[in-house]
Design a protein around this ligand. Structure first.
Ligand SMILES: C[S@@+](CC[C@H](N)C(=O)[O-])C[C@H]1O[C@@H](n2cnc3c(N)ncnc32)[C@H](O)[C@@H]1O
Length: 209
C-alpha cells in the first residue's frame, strides 16, 4: 500500500487506521493469488486502490444505513462485496454481505480473505440462477451483465423495497434506454469517484412492463 493511495482513500471515506490495514492485507492477498486464479486484470494490479477499492467503497455510502443483508452477485475477487464487508466491520457491524461467485477457486479466495480479516460474509459458490431468493436489502454487481439482465437478478434476490447498486461504464445511457424497454424502475445516477466516464446506478422498484 502506498501512503498516497491510503491517504486518498482516507480523505474520501474517512475510515480508521484498522480499516486501512485490512484493505492493505486484502491487497497483499489479491496480489499473491492473482497469478494463479486471475481475480482482476493484471494491468490493474498496480492501481488496486483507485481501480478497485475506491470504485467499490463508493457504493457503501449510497446504500441505506439500516441495511442488514447485502448481496454481491458475481463477486469475482471481491469487488465490490469484500470491500463493503471491510467497511461494514467498522461502520455497520450488523450487515452481512452475501458473496455469490460460481468459480470455486475465486469463492475459496473470498472465503479465505473473509476468515483472515474476520468479516461478516457468507460465500455461496453457486450460480446466481440456482440459489434460493436472498431477500437482500441491497444488491450489487460489477462487470457481470447488461442492466436488463441484472434487473432480473434483482427481481429474484432483492426484498420488496430493496435497493440495487450497479457501477456502469461510459455506455450506461444506452444500457438504461434498453432496460427501460422491458422494465419500469426509479433510477439515480451518481458520478463515479474512480472514473470520470462512469457512474453508479441506484435503482428501486424494478418491475417488468
Ligand atoms: C467479470 S467478473 C467481475 C468480478 C467482480 N465483480 C469485479 O468487478 O471485479 C464476473 C464474475 O462473475 C462470475 N459469474 C458469472 N456468471 C455467474 C453466475 N451466473 N453465477 C455466479 N457467478 C457468476 C464469474 O465467475 C466472474 O468471477
Amino acid at each position: 500500500m502506498s501512503r498516497a493511495e491510503a491517504e486518498r482513500f482516507q480523505t474520501l471515506f474517512d475510515v480508521s487506521r484498522e480499516t486501512l490495514e485490512r484493505l492493505g492485507r486484502y491487497e497483499e492477498l489479491l496480489k499473491k493469488w492473482n497469478p494463479a486464479i486471475n481475480l482482476v486484470s493484471k494491468s490493474t494490479l498496480d492501481e488496486v486502490w483507485s481501480r478497485h477499492f475506491i470504485d467499490s467503497a463508493q457504493l457503501f455510502n449510497l446504500a441505506p444505513a439500516e441495511a442488514k443483508t447485502w448481496a454481491d452477485l458475481g463477486a469475482g475477487g471481491g469487488f465490490p462485496g469484500l470491500v463493503i464487508a471491510i467497511l461494514a466491520k467498522e461502520n455497520a457491524p450488523d450487515l452481512e454481505v452475501v458473496l455469490v461467485e460460481s468459480d470455486r477457486r475465486k469463492s475459496a479466495f473470498l472465503a479465505s480473505v473473509s476468515r483472515e480479516l474476520e468479516l461478516k460474509t457468507r460465500v455461496l459458490a453457486k450460480r446466481i440462477e440456482e440459489i434460493a431468493p436472498l431477500h437482500a436489502d441491497v444488491l450489487s454487481a460489477r462487470a457481470l451483465a447488461a442492466l436488463q439482465d441484472l434487473l432480473g437478478f434483482a427481481e429474484r434476490h432483492l426484498r420488496p423495497g430493496g435497493v440495487a447498486l450497479f457501477p456502469k461504464g461510459a455506455r450506461w445511457q444506452e444500457e438504461l434506454a434498453l432496460a427501460r424497454q422491458s422494465w419500469s424502475f426509479d433510477c439515480e445516477a451518481s458520478p463515479s469517484l474512480s472514473d470520470p466516464n462512469s457512474i453508479v446506478l441506484k435503482i428501486n422498484g424494478a418491475q417488468r412492463v
